[in-house]
Design a protein around this ligand. Structure first.
Ligand code: FES
Ligand SMILES: [Fe+2]
Length: 420
């Protein structure tokens, strides 16, 4: 449980809010690179962290990310013309390059010289692993890009889906690190795994995992321990990489799922469901699994919305819920969304009205870590994670170990990424 004040503190994301400022110390994934496929192509809306932004790919291939509203009379640059290395506002023709410099101010005689003094807000961008990242913080604090293994993967080794849904980022993020819900929300009836589940059956058989939580240089390692016969324990290890990504427990050798949660604003979030095999191309069978259904939801073509959505009650099938699966909802993402998007009755959960128990230890640890980091930043202490890019080279895991072996020792090789 949090106080109302702490809840406000953790869930607001705009510039000048505590969490908003913390997010702005890291590289933020804003869109799929494929949304800007070609130089001089159409500009695209790219709102994140409570800011209205427009992205465009200039003639030289660089990606610009600008304040959506033109500094002249605040018309939306989304309507703009992407011309020779700049985006031109269609209202009176002012033009801006990827750095936000005004390069043409054609509607008044003084424009020839005035343009050198006009600037719009622009953020630096980077393209990695099929995503476009932006840095929205103070220039002097811009960090190195973190060594997250998935973003170094080959295009043939990854499958990325972008989903935009209503709901505050934190309740989604809390779901991603919470191994405890998997045995219920994502299970078949009779404690069976869902068809196509990527988790081992132990996850579904033992419904009361014990938590082992490690504070790390990149964030938090959440290990859920379950019984796996008389001599072994099963471990389901999720890695939380501050502040946006969780690497979800995966059987070693399988593609790794990074769930990346990015706030659009206080009440809307992007999920990048990012599957990547660090060492090889995806197989046909894996691709088929990622092509819409249980593991990856079916999308409305040409949108970032799911076919299963709040308006159709996520296509819940009450017959299947009686006879086959715990929820009767088909895709794992829709199962998560159904319970997370209106927790407590609105898009932003009021955490002063919860009843937490020992199985919620991971969620408590996550909140504590984020509160501490955001409070420290308020007091002038920069987040140390942003200065440790190499620490991010880790993997999640789903495996068993002899009962007397601690997860950190027994799995040290499994949990370290081959950083390139
Ligand atoms: S509002 Fe953009 S040029 Fe006038
Ligand atoms: Fe889930």
């Amino acid at each position: 449980m949090l106080t109302e004040e702490e809840n406000e503190f953790l869930t607001r994301v705009g510039a000048g809010t505590p969490m908003g400022d913390l997010f702005r110390r890291f590289w933020t994934p804003v869109m799929l690179a494929s949304e800007l496929p070609a130089a001089d192509g159409p500009p695209v809306r790219a709102d994140v962290l409570g800011e209205k932004l427009v992205a465009f790919r200039a003639s030289d291939g660089r990606v610009g990310l600008l304040d959506a509203y033109c500094p002249h009379r605040r018309a939306n640059l989304f309507w703009g013309r992407n011309e020779e290395n700049g985006l031109r506002c269609v209202y009176h023709g002012w033009k801006f390059d990827v750095t936000g410099e005004c390069t043409d101010l054609p509607n008044c005689p003084e424009g020839v010289t005035l343009k050198d003094r006009v600037q719009t807000r622009a953020y630096p961008t980077l393209e990695r692993g099929g995503l476009i990242f932006a840095y929205l913080g103070p220039a002097a604090m811009k960090p190195e890009f973190p060594a997250i293994e998935s973003f170094g993967s080959d295009p043939a080794g990854r499958h990325v889906t972008k989903i935009v849904a209503r709901g505050n980022w934190l309740q989604f993020q809390e779901g991603d690190i919470d191994s405890s819900h998997v045995a219920f929300l994502h299970s078949g009836l009779g404690s069976r795994p869902l068809e196509g589940s990527r988790s081992t059956p132990y996850t579904f058989a033992d419904k009361t995992p014990r938590w082992f939580i490690d504070e790390t240089d990149y964030g938090l390692m959440f290990s859920a321990q379950r019984s796996a016969g008389p001599d072994r324990f099963h471990w389901r290890v999720n890695q939380y990489l501050m502040p946006y990504a969780t690497l979800i427990a995966a059987i070693p050798g399988n593609p790794i799922l990074a769930q990346i949660r990015v706030p659009v604003d206080d009440e809307t979030s992007i999920l990048f469901r990012y599957f990547a095999h660090p060492e090889r191309a995806l197989t046909e069978a894996e691709r088929a699994m990622f092509d819409g259904g249980v593991t990856v939801p079916e999308m409305v073509p040409g949108t970032f919305s799911m076919v299963e959505n709040a308006a159709n009650d996520y296509n819940i099938d009450r017959d299947r819920q009686r006879t086959e699966t715990f929820t009767g909802i088909r895709s794992i993402v829709a199962q998560d969304l159904a319970v997370s998007q209106d927790q407590g009755g609105g898009p932003r959960l009021d955490r002063s009205r919860e009843y937490l128990v020992s199985s919620d230890r991971a969620i408590i640890a996550l909140r504590k870590r984020l509160l501490a980091a955001a409070k420290a930043l308020r007091a002038g202490v920069e987040p140390p994670e942003a200065r440790k890019p190499k620490a991010y080279g880790v993997r999640p895991g789903d495996f068993t170990l002899p009962r007397d072996v601690a997860v950190a020792q027994g799995a040290s090789e499994i949990l370290i990424a081959a950083v390139r």
